[in-house]
Design a protein around this ligand. Structure first.
Ligand code: UDP
Ligand code: UDP
Length: 476
């Protein structure tokens, strides 16, 4: 593609559109962006650039970026040097939310980055939802079409898109967010609203609402979702039931993991190989949250009491770089000795995709980060939902409605007044009942098939992505 003179924009109609991807921070955002990059470049004939803001917050992100660029040399790496940010302004705030803010304030630097020698004329920009309200105006100035990628569920997306209407209608009551009935989708009870949003001054809240109000200005909205998992939300978003004036919605999920060759096989794999089919409970709360110590102990006792085999990934800190804990300190030597052979507990990163697709795995106790949910859905593994934070309760609702798992909505939620510890007995009971639930297993298997159909050539998600690429090519 040849740029117009002094222009970062590619001539519309060029056969190979150049799509620039701009993720925010955290594995939950980076992972779907790299999957989108892989799908665009390998499956849909695009030239792709991925913007990386370095150094990353977590070392998991740094490793993932390195592995991604090594596996996809065709994807161009553009480094965004962040404008300096006085972090004392955000003392105590979530480090990933602070990073969103740093990238947001660096949005004006995108213009020189895209005009610089490392880049090539661009056809379109795809920006992370966390950056939408500041990146859309920059793209407008560069005359680049701007698409917004929502990396969580379509259900959460519908909540976000409806929130401005809700807040405007309830302005008399100040900012307080009660139960929110998202038209055509579901009720999000106040107890499921992301914690931060209850505080109007929270940095996340300010970003979230600004982004929500900017959606109508985007050229299109992309979501890692598919019909079989969230039928109502996708239809309601597309048809304008959720909010009037939204641009076209492209449901392109579940984005498939990019084939990134592994450096080592992971000691958990030989162990899994030795377990019977569907006998293992896989337990993980994602990449960025630790359970409180007393809850960890109770979970340990619950897994032990369930009588099932388990593979448990334990995290001791919010940012992995700070995770200096030892398993014996967290769980006790006696526990580790007792479960030896029947349970495998690790603080290391596991390749979750591989774990969920392993025939030995029969259940996933998950915090319901959206990537984890889509990965469980794509591999047909039933879920015990234990959301703790942010959009996870909304996602857990989608899991329960789709019938692919169970959610005990009385289980603890971070920051709740009675953020009580869920007992070993309750955990063991839930694990046993879902492991024995034929109906959930069948629903999970059928959603897995629907997911495979959606992303296969000619499937709905595949065609949505092809349509998005066509628009990028034509400069729409
Ligand atoms: N993940 C992984 N190994 C781990 C922990 C996490 O591969 O030990 C991956 C997981 O498969 C998912 C991503 O990291 O793709 C986490 O995203 P998710 O949305 O599930 O949760 P978050 O970490 O953002 O809370
Ligand atoms: N559509 C959309 N986003 C999607 C999937 C479909 O906007 O993620 C639109 C599509 O452009 C068409 C309509 O929804 O106007 C029907 O979708 P599709 O072509 O998949 O029809 P079907 O598979 O039901 O025949």
């Amino acid at each position: 593609a040849t740029p117009n003179s002094g222009d970062v924009r590619a001539t519309p109609g060029s056969s190979r559109p150049h799509v620039v991807l701009l993720p925010s921070a955290g594995m939950g955002h980076l992972v779907p962006f790299t999957r989108l990059a892989a799908a665009l470049c390998s499956g849909h004939g695009c030239d792709v650039s991925l913007v990386a803001a370095v150094p990353t917050v977590s070392s998991a992100e740094a490793r993932h970026l390195a592995a991604h660029f090594a596996a996809f040399p065709a994807v161009r790496r553009l480094e965004l040097d962040l404008a300096s940010l006085d972090v004392s302004e955000f003392a105590g705030a979530d480090p990933f939310y602070v990073r969103y803010e740093a990238i947001r304030r660096s949005a004006p630097l995108l213009a020189p980055l895209l005009a610089g020698g490392a880049s090539a004329a661009a056809s379109a920009l795809v920006a992370d939802i966390a950056l939408a309200s500041v990146v859309i105006p920059v793209a407008r100035e560069l005359r680049l079409p701007c698409y917004v990628f929502f990396t969580a569920s379509a259900t959460m997306f519908s909540f976000l898109a409806y929130l401005p209407t809700y807040l405007d209608a309830n302005a008399g009551g100040g900012h307080a967010i009660g139960d929110v009935d998202v038209p055509g989708v579901c009720r999000v009870p106040t107890s499921s609203v992301p914690q931060a949003l209850h505080d109007p001054d929270d940095i996340f809240t300010r970003q979230f609402i600004a982004n929500a109000r900017s959606l109508a200005d985007a050229d299109g909205l992309v979501v890692n979702a598919f019909d079989a998992l969230e039928p109502e939300a996708i239809v309601a978003l597309r048809q304008g039931t959720v909010a009037a004036g939204l641009p076209p919605v492209f449901a392109v999920g579940p984005l498939s993991p990019a084939p990134i060759p592994a450096k080592d096989s992971g000691s958990y794999l030989p162990w899994l190989d030795a377990q019977p089919v569907r006998s293992v409970v896989y337990v993980s709360f994602g990449s960025r949250k630790a359970l409180p110590r007393d809850q960890l102990r109770e979970l340990a006792a619950g897994l032990e009491a369930s009588g099932h085999r388990f593979l448990w990934v334990v995290k001791g800190a919010v940012v992995d770089r700070d995770d200096a804990g030892e398993l014996t300190d967290l769980l006790g030597e006696a526990f580790l000795r007792r479960i030896h052979g029947r349970g495998l507990v690790t603080m290391a990163w596991v390749r979750q995709e591989e774990v969920l697709n392993h025939p030995a795995v029969g259940l996933f106790i998950s915090h319901c980060g959206w990537n984890s949910v889509t990965e469980a859905a794509a591999s047909g593994v039933p879920v015990v939902a234990w959301p703790r934070f942010a959009d996870q309760r909304v996602n857990a609702g989608a899991v329960a409605r789709a019938g692919i798992g169970a959610w005990a909505d009385t289980w603890s939620w971070e920051g709740e007044e009675d953020d009580g510890v869920v007992s070993a007995e309750d955990i063991a009971g839930k694990v046993r009942s879902v492991m024995a639930d034929e109906g959930v297993r069948k629903a999970a298997a059928s959603v897995r098939e629907a997911a495979a159909r959606a992303v296969a050539a000619g499937g709905r998600s595949y065609r949505s992505l092809a349509e998005l690429v066509r628009r990028c090519r034509d400069g729409l």
